[in-house]
Design a protein around this ligand. Structure first.
Ligand code: MRU
Length: 344
């Protein structure tokens, strides 16, 4: 599988976290070096690094950098690290992996963790994510019968995770197994994760990819070429409602209408069992300039406002399978989520 997993978004250097600047891809391949938790929080906010698992991993290393910066000698130093954890938690609101990773780091700190233990915990979070992606790749690919193409949305690849990816990990594995021969990728307005990142990752791997505007997805499904829509997730509730990149909900409705199956791929760290309904998930609204401007140029008339929610919620009823590293949840509901993920 390593043939189809060449890219790394995060490189831990012990005294710094280097982040491949996703704002500049595919034109420029440049790393941003963070040596403090504040810098990591700003990098997450500015989307130097993005994608639910990747921001959780980045935040975990941010806590290690906070430990290095403040030292862990006394209660005052630990309090400064806790303030940095809070700063990291404020960076983006929707992907629960961020809060999940910070909670793990907070626990290490509360247990009297040394700098070495914090670093070990962050490395473990990264390693576990890579292993989860490999397992999900196998589980998800096994659901795909050869003969039809797949459609994906946003970027869920190595750039969004520790490596391989969630939805893109399934697609990579399915391609390696000759279950998928061709990938369609939504450009993903307004930030263009599909055009700039997914197309780039697949091209690097030599996997055939065709881009489309998401407005073309209905017509693509109407041709009968698509067997599965395969997406990632930023937060999944106890009943299986899924928050993911804006546009995902529309794809799920289109898929159901056209008899195309709909797969969500996410590690157990993406589940928020404290929430029942998707309506409870906080949805990030991003600056309207992301919609009114394109590549630094204004495209809408001066003074026109834009609504720019970054995520939407797909109800469990529209999902055929949620693939996790613990197993596959077919036609998710509260009971089936509990059977695989646990919870009350
Ligand atoms: O705003 P982004 O680019 O961080 O949004 C990313 C997504 O919505 C992905 O689909 C999601 O995080 C799953 S990635 C493994």
């Amino acid at each position: 599988m390593s043939t189809y997993d060449a890219v790394r978004a995060l490189v831990w250097k012990h005294d710094a976290l280097e982040l491949l600047d996703q704002r500049r891809l595919p034109a420029v391949r440049e790393f941003v070096r963070c040596t403090t938790a504040q810098e990591v929080a700003e990098a997450i906010r500015a989307m130097v690094v993005r994608g639910a698992p990747a921001i959780g991993i980045a935040a975990a290393y941010g806590v290690v950098l906070a430990g290095r910066q403040h030292g862990l000698r006394d209660a005052d130093a630990v309090r400064r690290v806790e303030e940095d954890i809070e700063r990291l938690a404020q960076s983006r609101p929707t992907a629960v992996n961020l809060f999940w990773a910070l909670q793990r780091m907070r626990q290490v700190l509360a247990d009297g963790g040394t700098l070495e233990l914090l670093e070990e915990a962050a490395r473990r979070i990264e390693q576990e994510d890579l292993e989860a992606n490999r397992r999900m790749g196998e589980f998800g690919a096994a659901l795909i019968e050869p003969g039809r193409d797949v459609l994906t949305h946003c970027n869920t690849g190595s750039l969004a995770t520790a490596g391989l990816g969630t939805a893109l990990g399934v697609i990579r594995t399915a391609y390696a197994q000759k279950r998928v021969a061709h990938v369609f990728a939504d450009e993903t307005r307004p930030w263009l994760q599909g055009a700039r990142l997914t197309a780039w990752e697949l091209k690097e791997d030599g996997i055939p990819v065709t881009l489309l505007c998401e407005g073309a997805a209905a017509s693509l499904m109407q041709t009968g070429r698509i067997g599965w829509v395969i997406v990632g997730a930023d937060r999944i509730t106890a009943r299986g409602d899924v928050a993911n990149k804006i546009g995902t909900y529309g794809l799920a409705i289109l898929a159901r209408h056209h008899g195309v199956r709909f797969m969500v791929v996410a590690p157990s760290s993406t589940f928020d069992l404290a929430l029942h309904s998707g309506a409870e998930i906080p949805i990030e609204t991003r600056p309207m300039e992301e919609v009114t401007m394109l590549a630094g140029q204004r495209i809408a008339p001066e003074g026109v406002e834009a609504w720019n929610p970054s995520f939407d919620v797909t109800p469990a009823e529209l999902i055929d399978a949620i693939v996790t590293e613990r197993g596959v949840i077919l036609r998710p509901d509260a009971e089936r989520v509990r059977a695989i993920i646990g919870g009350a």
